[in-house]
Design a protein around this ligand. Structure first.
Ligand code: AOF
Ligand code: ZN
Length: 336
């Protein structure tokens, strides 16, 4: 069998579970003999079976028909099988128990609990292990997960919705709607693809946003993070859907550092100009996603930034630009 092709198939099918596996990586596993695929397995739901275990239990249904012993099979998996006992057992140990003799791995798991230890278990038990097939594709597919474990901090995306004249909202308004319905649905998908949403107490008190992901497909709702110096009314919409972690500490760098021990790999900041600029000034943001409408809000409205070209001056480069109805969506990534 062509292991490169099988790896691509495992990567492609694993992607289906992007919104239900998070904040875990998506992982795919395929068992094959010399002639055909025997079974496939995916990490479908956070907290439940890992991909390899699903592939093994699906293969058992064909044992005695398509194959007799697991020693006849090779396992192709996109990520190194885990060594640790977490919410489920160790995949590496269970692979050894089946008697599989060959494992082909996309890339090493950067999670320090695993990080090569899964491969060690396989090799120690006489399994022939190959590592590094379509490695970049697997890393890119799980880019927040790899970023988190490489940088010891989650990937931070700042979302801003701005009028044509660079304004965020009208001071006295309860809630200023700036962008189109289609852009606002795009934000729902963005929320669904992030592991946590962060906002500030002022946004909560002024707008009472729910900040959940209202999408038409199943998703794990993002966790919620609130930065506030004052107590907040727990009846506010933000407290629905998921746990809220409240931080009263004013040191943003310290707060972000403390996230290295949390299980979220990406955070979407949806806050007002003050908090957004504080994060940018401290260099804590990795990506900015900006939605700009073609209407002006005028002089009474509050500006996102003090100067023109602020995003570029904060060290960001435009990566892509799309039209959504009459709005423009732009993605900026940090230079270097
Ligand atoms: C695998 N196969 O399909 C996945 C793996 O909390 P747990 O117990 O589910 O463990 C999550 C960690 O396991 C995750 O951070 C990553 O290191 C690894 N994910 N490993 O062998 C899989 N999803
Ligand atoms: Zn595992």
């Amino acid at each position: 069998m062509n292991f490169e092709e099988l790896m691509l198939r495992a990567v492609t099918n694993a992607e289906t579970f992007k919104y239900t596996a998070k904040p875990n990586p998506v992982v795919g596993a395929i068992l094959c003999n010399d002639n055909e695929i025997i079974s496939e397995g995916y990490h479908e739901i956070y907290g439940s079976n890992h991909a390899e275990i699903n592939a093994i239990s699906n293969a058992r249904k064909h044992q005695g028909k398509k194959f007799n012993n697991f020693s006849e099979l090779a396992l192709v998996c996109t990520l190194e099988p885990c060594s640790h006992v977490g919410k489920t057992g160790s995949c590496a140990e269970q692979i050894v128990e089946t008697g599989i003799k060959k494992v082909v791995i996309g890339t090493i798991d950067p999670n320090p609990k695993v990080a090569g230890k899964g491969i060690e278990i396989l090799k120690k038990n006489g399994i022939d292990v190959t590592v590094g097939i379509h490695e970049d594709i697997v890393k890119n597919q799980n880019k927040y997960f790899f970023f988190k474990h490489t940088n010891n901090k989650p990937y931070i995306i700042l979302k801003i919705a701005s009028s044509l004249d660079g304004k965020s909202h009208i001071e006295s308004d309860e809630r200023t709607i700036i962008t189109s319905k289609a852009s606002r649905y795009d934000v729902q998908i963005l929320r669904a693809s992030c592991d946590a949403i962060l906002t500030g107490g002022n946004t909560l008190r002024n707008d009472n946003p729910r900040m959940n992901a209202r999408v038409n497909f199943p998703t794990n709702q993002p966790k919620k993070i609130l930065l506030t110096s004052k107590d907040c009314d727990k009846e506010l919409n933000f407290f629905k859907d998921n746990d809220v972690k409240i931080y009263k500490n004013k040191d943003l760098t310290q707060i972000i550092k403390s996230f290295k021990d949390q299980d979220f790999c990406s955070i979407l900041i949806e806050a007002g100009p003050k908090l957004a600029n504080s994060f940018l000034e401290l260099g804590l943001v990795d990506e900015i996603i900006s939605y700009t409408s073609n209407n002006e809000l005028g002089d009474k409205a509050v500006s996102w930034f003090k100067e023109n070209n602020a995003i570029e001056n904060y060290g960001f480069k435009l990566e892509s630009s799309y039209k959504i109805d009459s709005d423009i969506k732009e993605v900026f990534k940090k230079n270097g």
